[in-house]
Design a protein around this ligand. Structure first.
Ligand code: GLU
Length: 431
């Protein structure tokens, strides 16, 4: 075990500009696992801090002619493993610490499922739903130009995250291609299929969740058929998970988004709900269920809860009211450490984000690979390879959890952190 002296020294390493609640949580979680696996203190000190960070403020023109200046970030946590990989989010609360924490999270996620990437994340502090399409395009192109020294098919490859989608990726790819003087589809993943994207990418995170749920339910002796699922968030992840799970025989009894939630104990008609949100944007007003508040979703009677929206929604204030036996983390860092401890004490099985939602980055990897080889797979091949990677990762994490007598989150982090630490030691220190 690491000596108390080393721990104290590590704890004293200033977090400087990255400091924020969510970053501190990410570091605390890492420190706990680093101590557990007796990680070389030099490596552990290095991995607590992101390697390359870019902060930018940049202007974009609103449709009414006014000019607004916003904050943007791109952070690459570890450059040891290959190019870096991670999404770009547009949200009003995005900050340096949040992006740094999520970049670190991407490192462990990629290492856990065995992808040849380090972690990265980017973001712009803006409310995407308040932007017109033209404003979003101008903002995206200017942001791409600001981060263009960091990104590239062999350097750092963005993808969609909260508030961004395949259209945003198309604009990033187009802007970057203009800058380098040739088409460079490999600079992003999650692109439209017509630009070299892969068909399964949009639904990949939800599919990954659906592949893992039967394995998690096995651990708590519950069948998938008829299992009641509540999903927070009906964006790309929430809706694809809902569709895949409903097809597998689960009963999605509640769904929420920023407008509130809807509840139907016998199971919502997910196809109808998808059609409703295609036309009305939000779940609010959907006639096939009773309205509930966003917070009530966490207390709905169900076996499975899938947080599939933003971070830190399960916390000390609501974790003991959750009725689910399984929490499947579709979002990144949806549970605070305090919330996690409460769930653990109550015997709730938590499938952690870096395992549960790894389907997204896994299919991003497939897209990147297909682009490099100019050889495209069928949907079926993509799905099969995704299922195999997700299932193997789950079995491996489960094995570590059993052998080490730890929870799945700790086991997943042990696997991810150990792989990166080993790679760091093998490459050595330059100069
Ligand atoms: N934004 C997704 C995540 O957090 C996907 C990242 C990627 O595909 O690079 O895992």
């Amino acid at each position: 075990m690491t000596s108390p002296d080393t721990m104290a020294q590590e704890a004293a390493t200033p977090l400087l500009d990255w400091d924020s609640g969510i970053y501190r949580e990410a570091v605390n979680q890492f420190d706990r696992v680093a101590a557990y696996i007796d990680l070389d203190p030099n490596v552990s000190q290095r991995l607590r801090l992101p390697q390359r960070s870019l902060v930018t403020t940049f202007p974009f023109r609103r449709d009414d002619g006014s000019v607004e200046t916003v904050f943007g970030y791109r952070i690459r946590h570890v450059l040891t493993m290959g190019p870096t990989k991670g999404g770009i989010r547009y949200a009003p609360t995005v900050n340096f610490g949040e992006v740094a924490a999520l970049a670190m999270n991407m490192t462990w996620k990629c290492a856990l499922v065995g992808l040849p990437f380090g972690g990265a994340k980017g973001g712009v502090r803006v409310s995407p739903e308040l932007l017109s399409r033209a404003e979003k395009q101008r903002l995206t192109r200017r942001y791409t130009s600001e981060i263009s020294t960091l990104i590239g098919p062999q350097r750092d490859i963005p993808a969609p995250d909260l508030g961004t989608d395949s259209q945003v990726m198309a604009w990033i790819m187009d802007t970057y291609s203009h800058q380098v003087g040739h088409g460079a589809p490999g600079v992003v993943t999650g692109k439209p299929v017509e630009l070299g994207g892969t068909a399964v990418r949009e639904e990949s995170t939800g599919l990954g969740l659906a592949y893992l749920l039967p394995l998690a339910l096995e651990m708590v002796d519950l069948p998938l058929e008829g299992t009641r699922v509540a999903i927070q968030g009906f964006g790309q992840v929430g809706r694809s998970a809902a569709l895949a799970l409903a097809r597998q025989g689960a009963r999605v009894v509640a769904v929420s988004d920023l407008s509130g939630g809807i509840h139907c104990p016998t199971g919502l008609d997910i196809d109808a709900l998808r059609e409703w949100t295609d036309h009305n944007l939000w779940v609010e007003g959907f006639p096939g269920g009773d309205p509930i508040s966003g917070e009530q979703l966490f207390e709905v009677d169900c076996e499975v809860l899938i947080p599939a929206a933003v971070q830190e929604v399960i916390h000390g204030g609501n974790a003991d009211r959750i009725t689910a036996a399984v929490v499947l983390e579709g979002a990144n860092t949806p549970t605070t450490m305090e919330g996690d401890q409460i769930l653990q004490k109550r015997g709730v099985l938590v499938v952690p984000d870096i395992l549960a939602n790894a389907g997204g980055v896994t299919v991003s990897y497939f897209e990147w690979l297909q682009g490099l080889q100019y050889y495209f797979w069928t949907d079926e091949e993509t799905r099969q390879r995704l299922r195999s990677i997700m299932t193997n990762a789950f079995r491996e994490v489960h094995r570590i959890a059993r052998e080490e007598k730890v929870d799945l989150r700790t086991a997943a982090l042990i696997k991810g952190v150990a792989r990166v630490a080993k790679a760091k030691l093998l490459r050595g220190l330059f100069p």
